[in-house]
Design a protein around this ligand. Structure first.
Ligand code: ZN
Length: 85
């Protein structure tokens, strides 16, 4: 009564659109991906921000659709660089 299957399809699509990019980034954009895209930024024992060159990162707890993970974030400019579980 009131709720047809189409409501759930629409809700499912909204969830996919909102959460999809986070799922993809959480699964794919790891330190290895960052190193592949920015080989000059990743040296043994040191990861530099590709935006501002800062080497001070902090790990921000982040909720993903599939769970929670860490966003490795530049302290200087605040950009999220890569993710780990
Ligand atoms: Zn930065």
């Amino acid at each position: 009564m009131g709720y047809s299957i189409y409501h759930w399809i629409v809700i499912g699509l909204i969830v996919l659109v909102v959460a999809g990019p986070f799922i993809v980034r959480a699964r794919l954009y790891t330190l290895e991906s960052y190193r592949r895209d920015n080989p000059d930024c990743v040296k043994p024992g040191r990861v530099a921000c590709r935006h501002c060159g800062g080497t001070s990162l902090w790990m921000k707890r982040k909720a993903f659709f599939v769970g929670t993970g860490w966003a490795h974030t530049c302290r200087t400019c605040g950009q999220e660089l890569y993710y780990s579980g």
